[in-house]
Design a protein around this ligand. Sequence first.
Ligand code: PLP
Length: 464
Amino acid sequence: MTLDLPSINDELAAWDRDCLLHPTTHTANHARGDVPGRIITGGSGVYVEDRDGNRFLDAFGALYCVNAGYGRREIADAMSEQAHKLAFFHAFAGHGNEPAIRLAKMIMDRAPDHMARVYFGLSGSDANETNVKLAWHYNILRGKPEKRKIISRWRAYHGSGLVSGSLTGLKAYHARFHLPLPGFLHTDTPHYLRREDASQTPEQFTDHLIARLVALIEAEGPETIAAFIGEPIMGTGGIVPPPPGYWEKVQAVLDRYDILLIADEVVTGFGRTGSMFGSIHYGLKPDFMTIAKGLTSAYAPLSGSIISQRVFDVLMKGSDDFGALAHGWTYSAHPVSCAAGVATLQLVDDLGLVGNAASTGPYLNASLKAALADHPNVAEVRGEGLMAAVEFMADPAARTWFDPPMSVSLKISAAMMRRGVIARAMPEGDIIGFAPPLCITPAEVDTVVQAIRDAVHEVLGSGV
Ligand code: PLP
C-alpha cells in the first residue's frame, strides 16, 4: 500500500499557506506550498485520518501525547459537560473549581510520597518555567539568592520558551534566538552510543558522566547552582534510556551539593515507561516534576509542576513573611482542561494503560530488534516501555554518522508514511522514534514494525 501526498488544494489549503505560521515547520516551503500540509480530520484508537481519506497508524501518539488514543468519548464528554456547567473561573486568591481539585487529588495520589502540591499550567514549556522560577524563589527565601544557575544536558528537550528553550540542549533551539540565557548550563548527553571514548564500558561511561557533572559544579561553585533538570528517559534528543546506575549517582551528587532535581516527566509521566512516572521507574526523588501531554492525552492543554514537601514548606513560610505567591497564569487550573485530565487519568486506570506499556512496550522493542538489529546501518535499537528508537549510522563499527544528520531518517519516515504509519525522525542524528498511544495492541505493533522494515529496505537496501 502506498499513500499519496495531500491532493486537495482548495480555499482551506490556501488559507493554511497564507495565514498560519506553523511550529517547527520549514516556513518558506510551507508558505510556498512546496510541501503541502497534511490536514488531519479525525482519529480513533491508534489511527488518524486526513481529509484525502488516508488512514495512518500513529506510532508517535501525535507528539507522544495522545496516550489514551484518539476518539475517546469519555474525555470529550467530560470536557463538554464542564464547558456547559462552568467553562471558566480563575484559581487566583484561593478560588477553586471541582475538576481542578479532583485532578490535583488524583495526581497527588499517584505521585511519589514526598511530593506535596501541584500547580497547573498549560504546556510543558510553561511548567518548566514555573519550576525554574520556584527554584529561584526557594533559594531566595532561604537567604541564598546567588544559588540560581540551572544545569541541563546537551540533547535534552524541555520546551521552546525563553527559559525552557535555554534548558533545551538541542542546537537549533538556541542558534539565532539569543539562547541559552545566562546561567543555564549544559552537561554531557547520557548516551553510551555517543561516548567520546569508544573503549569505555557502560559503567565507566556513567562514572565519566558523573565526574564531568561534579567538575562542572565545582568549576561554577556549588553555591551558585540551584537545580539540575533531566528527562528520566531523554525524549526528543533521541529516546535514550539512562546508562546503568546513572540516576542513582546523579541524585547522590545533587544531594551532596544541595542542588534541587527537576524531573521533566512531560513524556514519561502517566505510564509511558510502564510505571506511572519515570521517577518511580528509576527511583528518583525529585523536588519538582514537570507533567503535561499524557495528563489529558492532549485533549486539552494542561501541564503541572508537582513540588516536594521541602520546597512547599519554604513557600509556606515565604508567604507568611512576604505575602501571596506572585506567580500565576490566567488559565491555571482551567476547569475544562482539568475535566479532560480527570477523565484521562480515569481511563488510564480503567484501560490498564500503564500495564499495557509494561507488556506491549517490550514486545515493540523485541520486534524492532528482530526486524532490524542485523541491518549494517542500524547502530542501535533501544527503548523502555512504549518508547523506542532505531538509530542509523553510515558505519556503526567505525562510529561514523550520516552527514548531514537526518538525511536518511527523513527518507525513512516519509517511506513509512507512504505505508500508512507515522513515526518521527528525531533531530541531530538519524533516529526514528516510536511512542504510540498506550492502548496499542501487539497486532498494531506488527504493522508498525513491518512498515519500518520495508521502509529501511526501500531507503537503504541491504546496507550502504
Ligand atoms: N519537556 C519535555 C520532556 C518535552 O518532550 C516537551 C515537549 O515535547 C516539553 C517539555 C515542552 O512541552 P510543550 O511543547 O507542551 O511546551
